[in-house]
Design a protein around this ligand. Structure first.
Ligand SMILES: *Cc1c(COP(=O)(O)O)cnc(C)c1O
Length: 432
């Protein structure tokens, strides 16, 4: 049972949306299937807040699932978008803005010498995989359970029945033949990774990983895990792909690669680099990137890739996150939130803990911070769902599933965090 009083206009819109859109939403997690209830239809957003169709205000902790690092409707970003739009929306021919954002990405992330812009994180990881396979002439890829890399066929895979067996599709419509090259291993398990390379090292095209995982709640990789991955890929001539679509420019200005001091061969980016517009990218060592069409044999293209309006939003965002003290403030905010929530849960006698890295945070209804997918899944989902709905009633919007990370923006000020913690104190008491 939830305590939520679903409100009329959201209900009406949800009923109407379901007539013409499967499940009423254009991306599954928005539908509240995991927590139950009616999704909120958003009408506008400003700073750390958004408002639903009934005019109710929420403190927003999903930030468009990561992009809204500057807070919503930041005036500098909005003006840049308006100025770009006034000059035309899309040309299908190159622009100087694309050079500028590529130069900025290469300057900020030393592992990236060349970069290709695309329109979604899915395209970025899918293309990075194709490049890794094209460059190595190998087919097999390694991914980790609980990491999400977008919805390309060979990545919609869960672990097979035994260690070192190939995966099973997690979606209808994905042929077994496509996933039979995908090996799914446990996150943070160095021994499994060593086994995989010992058995089939010369057949592995690449290892793809979220170096700070944000799609199974927030789970940090251990430094040993990433370092052994780096060493094994180098030794066996496999390509190491960091999927930093979520953690890039979110955990720090140099992303997870800067935080851990480990250089991948290729990086996938998205979310923050579009500042709320559809920009994503993949990039890495020039010698690898030169294998891309039009100069190399690996094909990839996009009508709206490097779209001038989207790039204007992204470039302005990349400039503003470089203001002095930005990431210190962002992490202090996320840490204060997690500490406050943990204290409020403790007062109510609820098993709860949290973690935060830069502007990302995790909340776990368990005694200890999880280190893998199975540990995360052991959390108290039913209690999370009651917490979620209680907070929603209080005007605080957390991700509508226990398996998702949370996000703060630079505009989540002390007032917003204090209000959240006070609300959590009331909700924890009710669900304790
Ligand atoms: C969001 C995400 C993707 C997919 O990006 P889309 O823009 O939704 O296609 C890929 N990888 C990671 C780590 C993500 O968080």
């Amino acid at each position: 049972m939830t305590t939520e009083q679903a409100t009329s206009r959201n209900d009406t819109l949800f009923a109407r949306a379901q007539l013409t859109t499967p499940g009423g939403v254009n991306s599954p997690v928005r539908a509240f299937r995991s927590v139950g209830g009616t999704p909120r239809f958003i009408t506008r957003a400003l700073g750390p807040h958004f408002w639903d169709a009934d005019g109710k205000r929420y403190i927003d902790y999903i930030g468009s699932w990561g992009p809204a690092i500057l807070g919503h409707a930041r005036p500098e970003v909005v003006s840049a978008v308006q100025a770009a739009a006034a000059n035309g929306l899309s040309f299908g021919a190159p622009t100087e803005g694309e050079i500028e954002i590529a130069e900025e990405i290469c300057r900020l992330l030393p592992s990236i010498e060349q970069v290709r812009l695309v329109s979604s994180g899915t395209e970025a990881t899918m293309s990075a995989l194709r490049l890794a396979r094209g460059a190595t002439g190998r087919d097999k890829i390694v991914k980790f359970e609980g990491c999400y890399h977008g919805h390309a066929d060979s990545l919609l895979v869960k672990a097979g029945s035994g260690l070192l067996t190939f995966g099973n599709p997690t979606s209808a419509g994905v042929p077994e033949d496509f996933v039979k090259h995908t090996l799914v291993l446990d996150y943070n398990d160095v021994a499994q990774l060593e086994d995989a390379f010992a058995t089939m090292g010369d057949e592995i095209a690449c290892v793809i990983v979220e170096p700070v995982a944000g799609n199974m709640n927030l789970i940090r990789a251990t430094p040993e895990f990433l370092q052994s991955m780096r060493d094994l890929c180098t030794k066996h001539g496999a390509v190491l792909i960091f999927d930093e679509v979520m953690c890039g420019f979110r955990v720090g200005l140099q992303g997870a690669q800067g935080m851990y001091g480990i250089q991948p061969d290729l990086t996938a980016l998205g979310k923050v680099i579009g500042g709320g517009m559809p920009v994503a990218a993949f990039g890495g060592r020039a010698e690898l990137m030169q294998k891309m069409a039009p100069i190399g044999p690996v094909y990839q293209a996009g009508t709206l890739s490097g779209n001038p309006v989207a790039v204007a939003a992204g470039m302005t965002t990349l400039k503003l996150i470089q203001e002095a003290g930005f990431y210190e403030r962002l992490s202090a905010t996320a840490n204060r939130l997690v500490a406050g929530l943990t204290e409020a849960a403790r007062e109510a006698g609820i098993d709860f803990c949290g973690d935060a890295v830069g502007g990302m945070f995790g909340m776990y209804f368990s005694k200890e911070v999880p280190g893998s997918y199975s540990e995360m899944m052991a959390g108290d989902k039913e209690r999370f769902n009651r917490f979620f709905h209680g907070m929603l009633d209080e005007g605080v919007y957390f991700a509508p599933a226990m398996f998702e990370a949370g996000f703060v923006s630079i505009q989540h000020d002390d007032a917003a965090i204090d209000e959240t913690i006070e609300a959590a104190r009331r909700v924890f008491k009710r669900i304790g």
